[in-house]
Design a protein around this ligand. Sequence first.
Ligand code: GRF
Length: 224
Amino acid sequence: MSDFKTRIVVLISGSGTNLQALIDTIERGDIDAKICAVVSNVDNVAGIERAANHGIPAFVVNHKSFPNRESFDERMIEIIDSQGPDLVVLAGFMRILTPVFTDHYAGRILNIHPSLLPKYQGLNTHQRAIDAGDNEHGATIHFVTADLDGGPIIIQSKVSIEENETAASLAKKVQKQEHLIYPLVVKWFSDGRLQLIDDCCQLDGEALQKNGIQFDQSIHKLNY
Ligand code: GRF
């Protein structure tokens, strides 16, 4: 293993399609990083199988075995830190984390959220966007802070909401975007281009706007 590779631990709770997108991009040689481990708070999910298929060790830490959020977070930290990560990636990890955890990884932990934050923090984002009559929706990647789905925004990718759109069809469109933007952001971080400084995201030393970079295909082409 090269010393220059960024060591990543990915946290999941489910199907792990974002994990898969990262694995594929790294295996193609497009990101100089190594996923050292996957940690799931739910057993028997597809994401664990995806890790196994690529020889990545997976750990299950069932939150139900802990008396409170802090003790769960402390155990998670022990396991994650045993891997010596430079970056922690939340990819469909469905637990609220306490400051015990978020402070520990400040500036080196990312999350993806299926909405154009600050709109629709929390759950059921696709249905909420449809019910509100929005004509656009999307995904956001942000640094994680103690503020749930409220950390500094790095990038957003938009999709349109068509007439007769369902939560399922919208989720599909949004996920397609997620699989483009998460590897891209991880690449920026791994290349040392992306940093969180004084609660502000910087890419190549320049502060990003409050709602981050607005993704389009040309950004993708520029970076690969
Ligand atoms: C994604 O839509 C992500 O935005 C949200 O949870 C979902 C995870 O999907 N946080 P997957 O497990 O990566 O397939």
